[in-house]
Design a protein around this ligand. Structure first.
Ligand code: PMP
Length: 435
């Protein structure tokens, strides 16, 4: 039954190799395959399913909309669905946070919003150079790839990826080199040979690059440096945004206000494609149609996005529940790390995982987890991190059950629990975890 996937579909497919089953049904944190086997989904569509699969909160208005004869596809034309989304986004997200952003709809994917951000930063400043961070991931199109770290992905471009340089992310030198030493020096030195950048693009937690989480103080210094040197700060919140780290935007805790913010993945609340690029009003210098895209007007996505924002973000109840689930997750991850030699905790909020000194371990643990009914993927340049991304709506019981499966898989792969006492070094290096 799966033959066509092997004979017709390109070799480029990847998740279907890790999980070689046909998924036929999905609900909340569970997916069921064609043989009836149920899996707890702690992958959540790489962050596109923050409210779980087929959440009734978004499905009911979606089904009603689909049956109503309303417009499905609208380019960037005006529709009631788009109006309601914009009004809700303003009332529920932007105004309570006193964020002054204009809202742009780029094409509906993460890489589309990153491309729009890079183009806008270059257009606004008249500069070409962009700085991004070691182990960053920003997408697969050429502009996004040029600011991405992973060498295998970069090679896929087939051409030189130019007009960008990489700078060290938080704790890249294990605390041995002062943060931003290099950046501060080269920005001030007219002989450094580093062209003044239009923008610096950053993920507050590196979702694909190993789940390193930047400390708030580090993010604040980055933001100050950008202001001091008249460089735009772009936060790529495609994966870390929409509640993943505990607040709607991942940078809220740090108290910074980026010049440009990229959102996608869970902004639709349903897994339907949708993306936003947010920017300060003074950056709104586009000519009409200067950036466009056929699928900017995905009205079903606007409908589900509106429903999700109203349900989960209009008051603090969901965020409070999420905070307690995050504590549950981190308490358990820390205890697993303390009883597993060579393991440590990475990440922030529900964008977290376990890193292993043995670079083979994470992949084996993910395979063993799949065998026992848990979907988790790996992250990091050597796939050295098991990434744990349950839906934000996961129940305490599901979270426990998934973590039991994960711990059992870890024991199968790494051997019995050990007592590392208070040797929480790996579990608690400040830059790696910021729960
Ligand atoms: N930015 C970040 C931080 C991401 O995690 C991703 C996807 N993993 C992207 C951009 C690209 O998103 P898409 O795959 O939708 O193009």
């Amino acid at each position: 039954m799966t033959d066509i996937f092997y004979s017709l579909e390109s070799e480029v497919r990847s998740y279907s190799r890790s999980w070689p089953v046909e998924f036929v049904q999905a609900s909340g944190a569970t997916q069921t395959d064609a043989s009836g086997t149920r899996y707890l989904d702690f992958f959540s569509g790489a962050g596109a399913l923050n409210y779980g699969h087929n959440n009734p909160v978004v499905m009911e208005p979606l089904v009603e909309y689909l049956q109503s004869g309303a417009v499905l596809h609208s380019m960037d034309m005006m529709t009631p669905a788009k109006r309601e989304f914009l009004e809700t986004f303003k009332d529920v997200i932007l105004e309570p946070r006193e964020l002054p952003y204009k809202v742009m709809f780029p094409g509906p994917t993460g890489t589309n919003t990153v491309e729009a951000a890079l183009k806008l930063a270059r257009k606004h400043t008249g500069r070409q150079h962009i700085l991004s961070f070691t182990n960053a991931f920003h997408g697969m199109t050429l502009g996004s790839l040029s600011v991405t770290g992973n060498s295998m992905k970069r090679q896929g471009a087939g051409i030189p990826l130019t007009n960008s340089s990489k700078i060290p992310y938080d704790d890249y030198f294990d605390g041995e080199t002062a943060d931003f030493m290099w950046l501060e020096r080269v920005l001030e030195d007219s002989g450094s040979g580093v062209d003044k950048p239009a923008a610096i693009i950053v993920e507050t937690v590196q979702g694909e690059g190993g789940l390193r989480a930047a400390r708030n103080a580090w993010l604040r210094r980055l933001s100050e440096l950008c202001t001091e040197h008249d460089i735009l700060l772009v936060v790529d919140d495609v994966q870390a945004g929409c509640g993943r780290t505990g607040s709607f935007f991942s940078f809220e805790d740090a108290g910074i206000v980026p010049d440009i913010v990229c959102l996608s993945k869970s902004i639709s609340g349903s897994g339907l494609p949708m993306a936003l690029t947010l920017f300060r009003p003074e950056l709104d210098i586009w000519s009409p149609g200067e950036h466009n895209g056929t699928f900017r007007g995905n009205n079903p996505a606007f409908v589900t996005a509106t429903a999700a924002l109203k349900e989960f973000w209009a008051d603090s109840a969901f965020q409070e529940q999420l905070a307690s689930r995050i504590n549950q997750l981190h308490g358990r991850l820390e205890s697993i790390a303390l009883s597993t030699s060579g393991a440590g905790v990475r990440g922030r909020g529900f964008l977290s995982g376990l890193v292993f000194d043995d670079k083979e371990a994470a992949g084996k643990i993910a395979s063993e987890s799949f065998r026992t009914g848990l979907l988790v993927e790996t992250s990091g340049p050597d796939d050295e991190v098991v990434k744990i991304m349950p839906p934000l709506t996961v129940t305490t019981e599901e979270l426990d059950r998934g973590l039991d499966l994960l711990e059992a898989a870890i024991r199968t792969v790494t051997g019995p629990a050990v007592d590392r006492g208070t040797d929480a070094e790996a579990a608690a290096t400040p830059a790696n975890t910021a729960s």
